[in-house]
Design a protein around this ligand. Structure first.
Ligand code: SAH
Ligand code: SF4
Length: 356
């Protein structure tokens, strides 16, 4: 029998598991409290459990499976963690400080198969999905780091924008949300959680039907199929005529605002023409749309792309605004520590290859 991370269980799953293994129902609430409120890292620290229960848990579960390999702190307070999974794979997690709270960016897969032509994560094919436990554990590791610093700080926001395509690991992603959202545990509000997808239309329908308040962001990056397919291969499987109806369904069902992410790539998708096309594409849903313009973070291996100039970013922004589209330019965090999606990991893997 293989031991698993206890963070992978929702409270309901933990309760059923304990009852199936001969424990009383109330034990689940106690274990949950030790994990997420008192945040111990060893079952033996769970003082109000009897030794049978502790042994049972130790026999079947781990609390810590990730090993911290690197922790880089940026001048603006952003911290980037590189973790080694039990099977040796490396993943990244980033803590960002905003005036509204502390936000953690989590990874959902080892590598990514979507293969966007500008992204460092897509350089390495997907090796496997992360388990829900491994996704929760990223939050817990960051929270343990904050607990140790003793300033009484809490992770208040989550963005699912690290390595991987979360909608390609849908069930584990949903279990992860149930754990971190649980009011008896970390209690991170659904409205404080944002998941970003490259546009897996079929999963956007499923997500719309979940009846939860989690925010959705869609990586659009281009306003027409020709350009979008050039930038993101996924547009072949889910072109705009499949993606936009899925988005309309989501908006109709949830009445929640969607964020459209748009990376500005110099002379590729940053002309006035594309800004006008984008405004047209979003016209009928502009009351529920927000466009997040993202300055491109250059990736060594993708040297065909450069960051747009400040002037083009401003012009693009103004064109959208003049057409009545809500938008903003993303404030960058931690660029001095490779905080963009997948960059630290791909650099570390390259170093490891050179060493071995
Ligand atoms: N796979 C999902 C979520 C992870 S990527 C998705 O693609 O939406 C999160 C965001 O970071 C996406 O909008 C992605 O396009 C953007 N991103 C990836 N590489 C980047 C880079 N080098 N510079 C700026 N943004 C980048
Ligand atoms: Fe995967 Fe997102 Fe990177 Fe595209 S941008 S390769 S979907 S992680």
């Amino acid at each position: 029998m293989e031991k698993k991370s206890i963070y992978g269980l929702t409270l309901d799953q933990l309760t059923s598991w304990l009852i199936e293994h001969g424990q009383k129902k109330f034990r689940a609430a106690q274990v949950w409290d030790w994990l997420y409120k008192k945040r111990v890292t060893d079952f033996s620290q769970m003082k109000n459990l009897n030794s049978d229960c502790i042994e049972l848990l130790e026999e079947h579960f781990f609390i810590q499976t990730l090993k911290q390999e690197i922790k880089q702190e940026s001048e603006d307070g952003t911290i980037k963690f590189l973790f080694k999974l039990q099977d040796g794979n490396l993943i990244e997690t980033v803590l960002m400080r905003f005036n509204y709270g502390l936000s953690v960016c989590v990874t959902t897969q080892v590598g990514c198969n979507i293969g966007c032509t500008f992204c460092a994560s897509g350089l390495l094919k997907k090796n496997r999905d992360l388990t829900s436990g491994e996704i929760v554990e990223q939050i817990m590791n960051v929270q343990h780091h904050l607990d140790e610093a003793g300033k009484d700080e809490r992770v208040s926001h989550i963005v699912v924008m690290g390595i991987g395509e979360p909608f390609d690991n849908y069930d584990n992603m949903m279990d992860f949300f149930r754990v971190v959202n649980d009011q008896k545990g970390l209690s991170i509000g659904a409205r404080h959680i944002t998941v970003s997808t490259s546009g897996l239309a079929n999963k956007i329908y499923d997500f719309a039907d979940e009846n939860i308040q989690i925010n959705l962001a869609v990586s659009l990056h281009a306003p027409n199929n020709e350009l979008r397919t050039r930038i993101m291969k996924i547009n072949k499987a889910y072109p705009l005529e499949k993606l936009m109806p899925a988005i309309d369904y989501y908006l109709e069902k949830t009445n929640r605002r969607i964020t459209f992410e748009y990376i500005l790539l110099k002379d590729v998708n940053d002309h006035k023409e594309e800004a006008i096309q984008l405004a047209k594409l979003l016209k009928n849903k502009r009351h529920l749309s927000y466009v997040n313009l993202i300055p491109y973070n250059p990736v060594d291996e993708h040297n065909q792309y450069q960051r747009s100039t400040k002037e083009s970013i401003l012009k693009f922004y103004e064109t959208l605004m003049n057409h009545g589209i809500n938008c903003g330019v993303r404030v960058e965090q931690g660029t001095d520590i490779d905080a963009a999606c997948g960059q630290l990991r791909s650099k570390q893997i390259k170093k490891d290859k050179v060493r071995s």
